[in-house]
Design a binder for this molecule. Structure first.
Ligand code: COA
Length: 257
């Protein structure tokens, strides 16, 4: 697929989506956001894709936020539409994706960039990564789900400190507070994210999908997460993957899902 600000390729059933605006530190302007939506939609519909890794071009930035220059032209209505669009992409196409989505944070993940990473199921970061939600320094607040997802991930006190001070933290601190899963040298970042993805692929994709959905129910006040878990648990007993997984265990062999 050809995009202007996104590189997209599929390798070993992983769709790699690379935000490619290096001269602007991969800031998400509206075109990039639209292309992100299109590339995620493509990954979603491609039976050959089992998971997605999102990263940024270069060794300086994952995504340094929404494009601040475009903000100048926005009125209240346009700002609302932009925020809603970001919410749709991050929630429906990333967080609610049935296929696992991993953020490989290769540098600055600020504002909408950190919110993009927060919507992903896991976050791996390079040692040089810097993480922050600096919106209040611009007279704004995080508008792509950051106030909610950061709070749930690291707890209210730490999230409030990051959002109200607008200060950045480094990757090690991100690891310490549970914002980051693992910190790696930049040159190992994509390899490690791909390794973890392949590990997930070796499991039952039906069960992985059900687990993501049940865990997402935690964030969804319209669903009772415990009920969702019970329903999925029961339903999985009907699947071929369950039969194969249990048979493989009893026969002391690897399952063939
Ligand atoms: N929106 C638009 N352009 C951005 C951007 C953003 N969020 N972040 C960086 N850029 C652009 C800069 O304007 C600059 O473009 P130019 O060369 O045309 O002037 C280019 O990317 C390089 O950035 P620069 O600021 O020169 O790099 P730096 O190393 O000095 O600083 C940052 C890096 C990340 C600290 C700094 O770019 C920054 O604070 N960016 C904004 C972060 C932010 O507030 N994000 C939240 C937005 S809601």
């Amino acid at each position: 697929m050809e995009f202007q600000n996104i590189l997209y390729h599929v390798d070993k059933q992983i769709a790699y989506i690379t935000i490619n605006r290096e001269s602007k530190l991969n800031a998400l302007n509206q075109l990039t956001l639209e292309e992100l939506e299109a590339s995620l939609t493509s990954a979603k519909g491609d039976a050959n894709v089992k998971g997605v890794i999102i990263t940024g071009t270069g060794d300086k930035a994952f995504v340094a936020g929404a494009d601040i220059k475009e903000f100048v032209e926005l009125g209240q209505l346009e700002a609302k539409k932009l925020s809603e669009k970001g919410h749709y992409i991050f929630t429906e196409l990333i967080q609610n994706s049935k296929k696992p989505v991993i953020a490989a944070i290769n540098g600055f993940a600020l504002g909408g960039g950190l919110e993009l990473a927060l919507a992903c199921h896991m976050r791996f970061a390079s040692e040089n990564a810097k993480l922050g939600l600096p919106e209040v320094s611009l007279g704004l607040l995080p508008g792509y789900g950051g106030t909610q997802r950061l709070t749930r991930l690291v707890g209210r006190g730490r999230a409030l400190q990051m959002i109200l001070t607008a200060d950045m933290i480094n990757a090690e601190e991100g690891l310490r507070i549970g914002l980051i899963n693992e910190v790696l040298p930049l040159e190992d970042l994509l390899k490690r994210a791909s390794e973890v993805m392949s590990r997930i692929f070796s499991r039952s994709s039906t069960a992985v999908e059900a687990a993501i959905d049940a865990m997402n129910a935690c964030d969804d006040q319209t669903r009772d997460g415990y009920e969702v878990e019970i329903e999925h648990f029961a339903h999985l007993f009907l699947t071929d993957d369950f039969k194969e997984g249990v048979a493989a265990f009893l026969e002391k062999r690897k399952p063939n899902f």
